[in-house]
Design a protein around this ligand. Structure first.
Ligand SMILES: CC(=O)SCCNC(=O)CCNC(=O)[C@H](O)C(C)(C)COP(=O)(O)OP(=O)(O)OC[C@H]1O[C@@H](n2cnc3c(N)ncnc32)[C@H](O)[C@@H]1OP(=O)(O)O
Ligand SMILES: CC(=O)C(=O)O
Length: 538
């Protein structure tokens, strides 16, 4: 059994190894924002980049010298010196020293194949490169973490030589020996065995760390396996970003170690910010968050099946492996044709309505929901439409305006504009309005808002923020049904509505009209009443 008193030092390399992910490009400002977020999260080591490899990383370290992090150690990353030059003459190290960090991580070769074929040098020279580099940086007052690149592959092929490289690093003054599964193909049982052997071979003289890649989809399991064999540092990235298939995802490693195995990685109040940190980093990285990510994904605690919801309502432990609040996530109940009455009750509660299973409207709502879903409606992504459906069944849906019809003309010739005319009635008075737009849906939305704004001035702030179309039966050609999902906003909140029809304009019309109706409902309701179906605009 692991010694549970052990602290695990979390080492984040999102800004260096994470940035090696294809499609991820961070500006200097992005890097600074992410570093500050990780600092706030209580991560003790933050690898900022490779100073000297590019101007951005040089500036990043300079900027953080001016305005240092609050608690984290900022770490500069670099390779060992090149073959056959003195460490003091290696220009890369001048950039490393200029970065001004207390800690430096040096990666060196563990695998003889890389020494001979990659570096094109001798095994002895590689040992000297490792030793000289670390000794030089120590002589310049730096503390050194040694990343043993390709450790597991190297150890498999030539354990004696691999261990000599670690010993060279240790003797030169490295304070951590971090075993890297650089190619990411090692499986957990191999990691356990090798880490156990290394911990025995080094006799606990220098702490061991782990750095895993996800090429076999086992990076998180591998990091955990290493910790259970005595590794006390875990290197990884937020959201698992990294070269090829990514690095060990700290958003999974940390809660697994802390909440399941009893290790200490972060203070509990910091752990409760993990979900927010994950979303912040994906936002800054301009990558869509993985909604199904373990622990921090939006769906990680979303319950859809009626049986599950019924049980979770009685006791969340029935279908949740831990309390979402511990990592700052929330439980969500999803509405769909997989729902039972429990989903309806839970959703109603989140909309501020109290219902019980005996209420006759409950079954009616459930039946209507299933009927509409079988026609192609999808309410899990259109909770505002579901709220309106419930209000309708309960007799609470207020008619704010009556639709009398609409027409749309599209000019695909010279102006490429669309013109929409709508007729609505408010308080028995007919209003006709027209508007142009660069597409039929925006023209329709504008015309409707124009018709209603004198009666409902709040409409002036409404706008469409997203519009998604899905053809539901592509085999049916032009006779197929179309589902339109619309997201609307009033500048403070966003809400989603749905429309389905054989005619794409009719489907859009339904969704847009419900979007406006719901916006008006929001204006007249308290935040609490409508909390469940809207999100605050960030
Ligand atoms: C496992 C990892 O993730 S390690 C980090 C990988 N990250 C990166 O490579 C991103 C930053 N890299 C860069 O900006 C550039 O590659 C630089 C500035 C480091 C080097 O650029 P260049 O001088 O043009 O070399 P290039 O990239 O073509 O080749 C890498 C060189 O480093 C050498 N090298 C590789 N590993 C090591 C090591 N551990 N110690 C010393 N030298 C090494 C290679 O042998 C090669 O040397 P050569 O050009 O004399 O043959
Ligand atoms: C050092 C490093 O990033 C690796 O070996 O994967």
């Amino acid at each position: 059994m692991p010694d549970k008193s052990n602290l695990i030092s979390i080492y984040d390399t999102t800004l260096r190894d994470g940035a090696q992910r294809e499609g991820l490009s961070l500006s200097l400002e992005d890097k600074v924002r992410i570093a500050r977020q990780l600092d706030e999260l209580g991560i003790p080591f933050i690898e900022g980049g490779w100073p000297g490899a590019n101007p951005k990383d040089v500036q990043f370290f300079w900027q953080l010298q001016e305005e240092p992090l609050q608690q984290a150690e900022l770490v500069a990353f670099c390779s060992t010196r090149r073959p056959k030059i003195a460490a003091a003459d290696e220009p890369m190290f001048q950039a490393i020293l200029a970065a001004g960090t207390r800690w430096v991580t040096i990666f060196g070769k563990s695998w003889d194949l890389h020494v001979i074929e990659g570096l094109k040098t001798s095994e002895d020279e590689n040992l000297a490169m490792i030793g000289d580099t670390i000794a030089y940086l120590r002589s310049q007052g730096r503390r050194v973490i040694y990343d043993a690149e390709h450790w597991f592959d190297g150890y498999k092929h030539n354990p004696e030589y691999a261990l000599k490289t670690l010993e060279a690093a240790r003797q030169a003054g490295a304070e951590w020996l971090v075993l890297c599964d650089t190619n990411g193909g090692t499986l957990p049982h191999e990691i356990s065995q090798v880490v156990r052997e290394v911990v025995q071979a080094t006799g606990g003289t220098t702490p061991v760390g782990i750095h895993t890649h996800n090429d076999a989809d086992t990076a998180v399991a591998n990091a955990i396996a290493a910790v259970m064999e005595g590794a006390t540092m875990v290197q990884g990235t937020i959201n698992g970003y990294g070269e090829r298939c990514g690095n060990a995802n700290l958003c999974s490693v940390i809660p697994n170690l802390q909440l399941k195995l009893g290790y200490k990685c972060l203070e509990d109040h910091h752990l409760a910010s993990l979900t927010q940190a994950s979303r912040f980093v994906s936002e800054v990285a301009n990558l869509a968050p993985d909604e199904h990510a373990a622990f921090v994904g939006r769906s990680a605690f979303a319950h859809k099946g009626g049986i599950h919801v019924s049980a979770v309502e009685r006791n969340p432990l029935t279908y949740e492996h831990l309390q979402p609040e511990k990592i700052g996530n929330v439980r969500r109940i999803v509405i769909s044709d997989q729902a039972g009455l429990s989903n309806i009750l839970a959703k109603a509660r989140s909309f501020g309505m109290t219902l019980d299973k005996q209420h006759p409207a409950c079954r009616q709502i459930l039946q209507r929901l299933k009927e509409l879903e079988s026609q192609g409606y999808q309410f899990e992504a259109a909770e505002a439409s579901f709220d309106l459906l419930m209000r309708q069944a309960l007799g609470h849906r207020q008619q704010m305006f009556e639709l009398k019809g609409f027409q749309i003309h599209c000019d695909i010739g010279v102006t490429k504009n669309a013109l929409a005319t709508v007729k609505v009635a408010v308080n028995g008075k007919d209003i006709l309005a027209a508007a142009e737009g660069n597409g039929p849906v925006s023209a329709l939305d504008d015309a409707l808002r124009k018709a209603l704004v004198n009666f409902y001035p709040a409409i002036a702030a409404f706008h469409l923020t997203d519009y998604k179309v899905r053809i539901l039966d592509s085999g049916a050609g032009t006779a197929a049904k179309t589902r339109v999902l619309v997201e609307s906003s009033n500048g403070h909140q966003r809400w989603n509505t749905v429309g389905v029809s054989g005619n794409i304009l009719e489907a859009s019309y339904q969704a847009v009209v419900e979007g406006i109706e719901y916006g008006l409902l929001l204006e007249s309701a308290t935040d609490l009443e409508l909390a469940g179906s809207t999100v605050l605009v960030q």
